[in-house]
Design a protein around this ligand. Sequence first.
Ligand code: PAZ
Length: 322
Amino acid sequence: MDAAKGLEAPGETLEAQVKAFFDSAPPLQNSDEITQKLNQFIQRNSSPSSARRVVCVTSGGTTAPLEQRCVRYVDNFSSGHRGATSTEYFLKAGYAVIFLYRRRSFQPFCRSLPDDPLLECFKPTNESNIQVCEAYSEAVKRAIVDHHTAVAGGLLLKLPFSTIFEYLQMLQMIAMSMRCIGPRAMFYLAAAVSDYYVPWKDMVEHKIQSGSHLLDVKLVQVPKMLSVLRQDWAPLAFCISFKLETDSNILLNKAGGALEKYKMHAVVANELNTRKEQVVVVTSAEKVTVQCDKSRSDNDVENPLIKLLSEKHATYIEDSGR
Ligand code: PAZ
């Protein structure tokens, strides 16, 4: 939504903007169920016998609806590949993962399956049973086993969102539930989050009718929730945000700016066209270029990236003295 022009109320404090955002948001349908799932998940992964590090991975783009009974919305680019792949590597590194993802975006353990269409993986047999096609049998088996092991083992909790309203309400709930584990919590914020939105109370209820050559929709800036996450929601957690740019000349400066402004522990800078091959991890001390190792079979850039961040997180926990 970078091209959109927001109407920021001059002089309005961040606190007032945050309040206005949450007051105007339509309440989550299933918030009790989500809270229960979160509490169980955190409890399970923080018992003395299995005290793990827990990471919240956000993934995919948020939508900003233009109508309450939404037909049209402004979307943010993200396939969810980064978040899904990172989740797999965090699980491998021993983390429990809360995967906050955009509905119908990439899912962990499904990268080797054809998604267009998934049904090509299967065929009916004579007895009307279903069989996995030979070409995909290994990939399907691996995906099912790995996914089941993570979910049934209580190491992966998946929570879907579509709109910016759902995303931020759920992020807040997750942060609150993770407070009790202090610095063992990590936020890995790879989702592409709307910069502008239409407040619910200003939104038309029904589908906008065509007829005028000018669509007059006023978009308001989404409050800078990274600051709120760091300061209020999860002050002890280790926080990593992402910065995406298409112009490599401004990328590192923008990442450095975000690091400082939002007091992140690291910002992962990536450029649209090369994001699958290379990222730069920007911290107050250094800028580390992380590249995929093309000689390996697991040659995702997320492999060395999660290794590096997991080491930094371990140092952070040690320094916190807990
Ligand atoms: O989801 P994906 O793999 O297609 O892309 C990942 C990404 C570029 C959305 C992510 O790495 C990222 O930079 N997220 C933050 C985007 C932003 O600056 O708002």
